[in-house]
Design a protein around this ligand. Structure first.
Ligand code: AOF
Ligand code: ZN
Length: 357
């Protein structure tokens, strides 16, 4: 156990986050502890809409009296769900159950909560500690927090390239760029994502499935940016559950769902209206796995929250070989910060976020 028991128990609560895909709700984790012993655990459970704290308290029953509740997000205090239906708030559950101390990692910025949860607990005489493992909780709830702040989803741009910065060769048959360990990481990211985004160019070139095959988990919603509706009906992604975002009028005969959206000045699906549409669908954690043209449009629109670039120790060369950001180039360079470096087999992965975020 680390010297600080609050950190120990909050880490346990953090491991219960994102057990299910719950967006637009955050997937919170909670644990109840008494006299240094774990009493119960809870997590946001999508299908029955039970909140993490409510689940942990229900499981603890009478044993919650006099105990401490650890939660990765401020407990909710509102008596209505976002759709207006009634719900007993977690603050009320804590008070009724006789919890005497609440430790929360971070504030819930939802205007219906936003400090009111803490205020209610304090008014009931419950001891409060706020900010334990806050950075980890902000990361665990990044998509919910970004959506609350901006109305937009959280976007990770993933690219896999050679040491000389190419996504694929322009003159030879397709080749696998990264190693099996790196590909497993990508599948893990897909399992966490609500949706995976590609352009029609990727569909035409690779006919991808975009499923989670190398790890356990649920498949994300595939989203194809396809302004001219060029996705072949025989493509593996033309299946129920896929979204094709297009500037064309609706046409019958697709298994995927067609969504007509506004075009930008170059006639392509405009990035921000597309992201707003995806957020309205509850798709908040997005993995951009596109080629360089769509990725550059996302960066130009300041729509990317972090870059995850895998670099394989291989060289391809070729002035016309595709790169992670193609097109005419960004109107101004983007500085990245919070750089983290990892090794996956022979490959290096770099994770970084733009300084403006
Ligand atoms: C908590 N514990 O586990 C979660 C909270 O759609 P609903 O009914 O889940 O309500 C979603 C709102 O409740 C969401 O916007 C956020 O403010 C809060 N989520 N709060 O105490 C939880 N998931
Ligand atoms: Zn709640």
């Amino acid at each position: 156990m680390p010297s600080d028991p609050d950190v120990f128990w909050m880490r346990r609560a953090l491991r219960l986050t994102n057990r299910e895909k719950t967006h637009p709700s955050p997937a919170v984790g909670a644990v109840i502890v008494k006299d240094g012993t774990l009493i119960s655990e809870g997590w946001t459970y999508h299908t029955e809409k039970v909140h993490a704290e409510a689940m942990a308290l229900a499981r603890a029953g009478e044993r919650a009296r006099g105990a401490t509740l650890y939660t990765t997000l401020e407990p909710c205090s509102h008596w209505q769900r976002p759709d207006g239906s009634p719900r007993v708030p977690c603050t009320h559950h804590c008070i009724e159950a006789g919890i005497t101390r609440v430790v929360a990692a971070t504030l819930d910025p939802n205007p219906q909560v936003s400090g009111d949860g803490f205020a209610q607990l304090q008014a009931a005489g419950i001891e409060l500690t706020i900010g334990v493992c806050e950075d980890a909780a902000i990361d665990a709830h990044r998509a919910f927090l970004k959506h609350q702040r901006t109305g937009l989803p959280f976007v990770t741009h993933k690219a896999a390239m050679t040491l000389d910065g190419k996504l694929a060769a322009s003159h030879t048959a397709p080749l696998a760029i990264t190693s099996a360990p790196a590909r497993r990481v990508v599948h893990k990211l897909r399992a966490q994502a609500d949706a995976v985004l590609v352009g029609v160019g990727t569909v035409l070139a690779d006919d991808p499935e975009l499923t989670v095959r190398l790890v356990r988990g649920t498949n994300p919603t595939p989203v194809i940016f396809d302004s001219q509706l060029r996705t072949p009906k025989t493509a593996r992604l033309n299946r129920p559950g896929t979204l094709i975002l297009t500037c064309q009028a609706q046409k019958p005969g697709w298994d995927a769902e067609l969504v007509t959206l506004p075009a930008d000045s170059s006639g392509r699906v405009a990035v921000l209206p597309a992201l707003q549409f995806l957020a309205e669908r509850g798709l908040l954690e997005l993995l951009l796995e596109s080629g360089g043209a769509l990725a550059a449009a996302f960066w130009q629109a300041q729509a990317v929250d972090r870059a995850l670039f895998f670099i394989a120790p291989k060289l391809i060369g070729g002035a016309h070989a595709p790169t992670p950001l193609d097109g005419p180039g960004l109107s101004a360079p983007i500085e990245l910060q919070n750089l983290r470096v990892r090794r996956y087999g022979p490959d290096v992965a770099l994770l970084a976020s733009p300084s403006s975020h």
